[in-house]
Design a protein around this ligand. Structure first.
Ligand code: GDP
Length: 389
């Protein structure tokens, strides 16, 4: 499946960089083009793979390239003011080659949190291709303002995109690790999951099991549930000698695979992917739609295994709308990716919503009490203040 990526804010740009890095290293080739939008010049300068010509600094007349802090109202305002520039940069991309847009942003900060929904709304008006979001939730200890920004942005972003894939930093960061090293590692994990999923729809269909290969329309149909999505992943290294040049040239099968073993391997991988750590931890029961992709060397992609994994996921999620297929790729691993779409039993999202409500209530109460104190001050001050004239 071919995508154009739009990274907004610091996390947005860095994650897009990581996705491009993975795409190039594995020659997955699902990214047609990418741009990065930011209000902070320094953040853009740190990008390695999004070329300068595809980087856009917005809000310069207001914030002079210094960013918006964690003010997501300001992030939204300055992006809206300069959205014409964003759209003309997107217009220069080969949009006719893509199946969808993916807008990537950290939801806890200011630029991505405020700006990503603004860009999504404009793209939805202008293009017929689906517009997906990839939102990153802040870790709990990042502070109240990050939580509040994420809660607010989540509400707007999910309403503007066709589907919002979420990644929760809280579930992925490791204690005792520097923030930067931690991010780089989790960005790689995220890139691997999206890489296998989206490049799955990109095979040429020439393999022996081509009829069961996942194509772009299956990914699009799964995401068409709308709402929020999460992704699971599991992989296992094959215990076999690496293929020599001779056998590759002769086209001989690398190693006769035992179908029973391949089937069990795949069923267990699908279970591990769905029940292990998801990009957004949630109850998988109650997902609206799902997609199982099994990637690996063609002779290890047991159709019965994929079918059993798919049926198991139908039972676990309680929905009949589970698609499944394979992604033949020469590798020493077999991997399963499970995309669960339209998930609603998500403790972290409920927690964010509760915090947002509580903070808003607090703010209103504080505002009311400071208005009251001001009134009192003015009342009592009436007696003490000498008239100026
Ligand atoms: P913005 O530039 O104003 O949009 O704000 P940032 O992107 O700097 O921060 C928003 C959120 O993104 C914060 O909650 C950070 O934890 C998170 N974040 C920043 N950089 C990264 C990164 O490289 N990877 C991940 N996963 N999260 C990040």
């Amino acid at each position: 499946m071919k995508l154009a990526l739009i990274g907004v804010g610091q996390a947005g740009g860095k994650v897009v960089d990581a996705l491009i890095d993975y795409d190039r290293r594995t020659q997955s080739d699902y990214i047609v083009d990418a741009i990065a939008v930011n209000t902070a010049r320094a953040d853009l300068m740190g990008l390695r793979y999004v070329p300068k010509s595809h980087q856009l600094l917005v809000g310069t007349s207001r914030v002079k390239g210094h960013g918006v802090g964690a003010d997501n109202d300001l992030g939204a305002e300055v992006t809206a003011e300069d959205v014409g520039d964003v759209l003309s940069m997107i217009d220069d991309l080969p949009v006719h080659e893509i199946d969808a847009f993916l807008i990537v942003a950290g939801l806890g900060g200011g630029t991505g949190s405020g700006g990503a929904p603004v860009i999504a709304r404009e793209l939805k008006h202008l293009y017929t291709e689906p517009v997906y979001g990839l939102g990153i939730l802040p870790a709990r200890d990042e502070g109240g303002i990050y939580t509040l920004n994420a809660a607010r942005s989540l509400q707007t972003f999910v309403a503007e995109v066709d589907n919002l894939i979420l990644f929760d930093n809280e579930a992925w960061r490791r204690t005792g690790e520097s923030l930067e090293a931690g991010y780089s590692e989790i960005n790689t994990e995220l890139a691997r999951r999206l890489g296998v999923l989206f490049s799955a729809g990109e095979t040429d269909g020439s393999s022996a099991v081509a009829e069961s290969v996942v194509d772009a329309s299956e990914i699009i149909n799964t995401l068409a549930s709308g709402g929020i999505s999460t992704i699971g992943y599991a992989a296992v290294e094959l215990d076999r000698p690496k293929r020599g040049l001779l056998s590759r040239l002769s086209g001989a099968p690398s190693n006769a695979a035992d179908d029973g073993e391949s089937m069990n391997r795949i069923t267990s991988l699908v279970r591990r992917a769905a029940l292990g750590r998801l990009t957004l931890p949630c109850e998988i029961a109650g997902s609206e739609r799902g997609l199982v992709v099994v990637a690996g060397p063609p002779e290890f992609l047991s159709r019965r295994g994929i079918e059993r994994g798919r049926t198991w996921l139908e039972e676990e999620t309680g929905t009949m709308e589970i698609r499944g297929g394979d992604y033949p790729v020469e590798s020493n691993f077999v991997a399963a990716v499970v995309l669960l779409s339209g998930v609603y039993n998500v403790p972290r999202v409920k927690e964010l919503q509760a915090v947002a409500i509580e903070t808003q209530r607090d703010m209103l109460a504080k505002r009311a009490s400071s208005a009251e104190s001001l009134d009192k001050l003015v009342d009592s001050g009436d007696d003490r203040l000498e008239p100026l004239f």
